[in-house]
Write a protein that binds this ligand. Sequence first.
Ligand code: BES
Ligand code: MG
Ligand code: ZN
Length: 474
Amino acid sequence: MDFVCFSGSTLPDGVKGVLVLVREGEAPAFPGCPAFASALASAETLKGKPKDRALGLSPEGLWVAMAGVGGASSVEVMTSVAEGLRSLAAKGCESVAVVSSFMDRERSVSVAEGAVLGLYRFDRYKAKDPDERFKLPSRVHVMAGDHQAMAEGAVLGAAQNYARDLANEPGNVITPSELARRALELAERCGCEARVLDEVQMREMGMNAILAVGAGSANPPRLIHLVRRVDSPKAKVALVGKGLTFDSGGLNIKPGDSMRTMKGDKSGACTVLGAFLAACELDLPVELHVVVAAVENMPDGGSYRPDDIIRTYSGKTVEVVNTDAEGRLTLADALHYACSQGVDHVVDVATLTGACVVALGENTAGLFTPDDLLSSQLEVAFRSCGERVWRLPIDDEQLKEELKSPVADMTNCGSRYGGAITAALFLKEFVSDSVKWAHLDIAGVDAVKKTRGVLVEGASGFGVRPLVRWVKGL
Ligand code: BES
Ligand code: MG
Ligand code: ZN
């Protein structure tokens, strides 16, 4: 998809559909096309409220969509562009224009993000598109758009779509070694250093938690480490992603209904890889590490079991209470590895607990960190990208008691109550005191059931843009 700017009051040649963004209290008008308003029976009722939408065909055969943007914040613009362009694409418009009276640099970024994200589809396994008229616009003309800002928005949107594409792939396609291969491909594309450890190397290094979780699978685990190095970096950051290519629960097997969607248990990994891609393409002046333990959790004669005691890479021992609390085990080794890379910040992203979904629902991720400054930095970054996070406590000494084991340094889970918090408390044990650390529990927000705004049914790519924004601001 190409983004080009145009000025003046006439539409560029070849435009088949136009999206008019209307601010609240502003009359929808476009001087270059006097007839278009007559195409919109509902335009009269369009008051520019954020959810106002209208679509009609002008007498000249031009599809006209209108979308209210309220106060025209960048998130409102992004959302309206996603929905408006989807309605034009559904009519087969290959060349479209976005018209408004308030375009500037920041909103130009949002227009491109909204277009790239809203028009995303995961259709590579479908012989025939069920929606035959749908055409992905090849060109988007933006009135008074800022060319460089639109290019930046397109990079950010594409990075999020990269994460979505990877997360949408099923477990039979993305095995741990395939995830590693894709990560190496990404590193090559970015011109960055990369290292993949196989099970033999992990055994030598003592990454026994990763190995234990992967022991029941025919597809052995991998540790993925990508590094972007720059001269005099402004910060040194590690992003750690949970990379369960499939989570059956292991011997504590999940009921069938809960096992569905567990191909998405690698979403944290996909998010950090997407953020890495954008950070490289935008040439951010930071040293950035991505660490992912790619593992499949399966039941088998070789599986790890409840009651097992594992000596983790950090040296701390863990008694396994439940093999379905596997993500925190793989993250224990991955976090210890990340902390040994000389970084000042570590942020992990993980579809970690069903308890987080119970606490916050499917539209808000849990944010855990002992650091108030890091918390507010991340909260601002997420809000400005239109993604919701909510800080949950990580200082509950009473809940910490639940991780006590009579035979090892700790167990791998507590009771049902406060399960997202005990999981975060567990992770904290594997993070060095010298690094600033945050944990994002994205269970529930990693995918959506229904298309809305920039989100398209399937993997969401949650966290990609906010993490890039946060890294950029360091
Ligand atoms: N991958 C799941 C968490 C999950 C649940 C993600 C629902 C997305 C949607 C995780 O590995 C898991 O199974 N967690 C258990 C932990 C429990 C055994 C302590 C859970 O949440 O039930
Ligand atoms: Mg599990
Ligand atoms: Zn899991």
